[in-house]
Design a protein around this ligand. Sequence first.
Ligand code: GAR
Length: 208
Amino acid sequence: MKRIVILISGRGSNMEAIARACAAEGWPATVAAVVSNRPDAAGLAWAAAQGIATAAVDHKAWPDRESFDAELARVIDAFSPDVVVLAGFMRILTPGFTRRYEGRMVNVHPSLLPAFTGLHTHRRAIEAGCKVAGLTVHFVTAELDHGPIIAQAVVPVLLGDSEESLSQRVLAREHVLYPRAVRWLVEDRLDVREGIVTHRDGESQLLT
Ligand code: GAR
């Protein structure tokens, strides 16, 4: 059984979707722990209620990114993860941390990367007049919101969309695509060559 550690900062709805899919679909994996940088993250309570181990490493208690990341890695490694899943984990990670989990740490980002890295992706897509928005699941590398793309989902931008309405439609697709991509990872179905990710059995990496 592969061991998954999920990192969150807040609500944790993607974490919940992944934990539910893992149990319901009988993945060869278990969610070993959910770790948050915010002790009051709502998702921690949900995970604990499911009997999943939880931990918090409060970033405010550490003087710099290096010391925070070192403590975070210590806590994560205590759960012996095969796969580390960032699910709304809103911290910039140091290169040392990303190197440690290279090839086995993934993230979901609410835009069609490489467009709109960083924050406020939906507002920026609407303001740019984009007709499509979406989300990207990718391997995590040292560069923020970059890294080999595992899968993407396209969501139309509708006339009159607000940041809120668009983000809700994108989030609904995150809950479908992210569990699917994490399952591929735990089932060793992904190949990465020269920064390009392909699915070994040719499953579509695009959700429309
Ligand atoms: C999700 O929309 C995720 O894509 C985004 O935060 C939200 C977390 O929601 N992540 C990022 O912006 C990372 N750069 P959740 O806590 O309900 O899963």
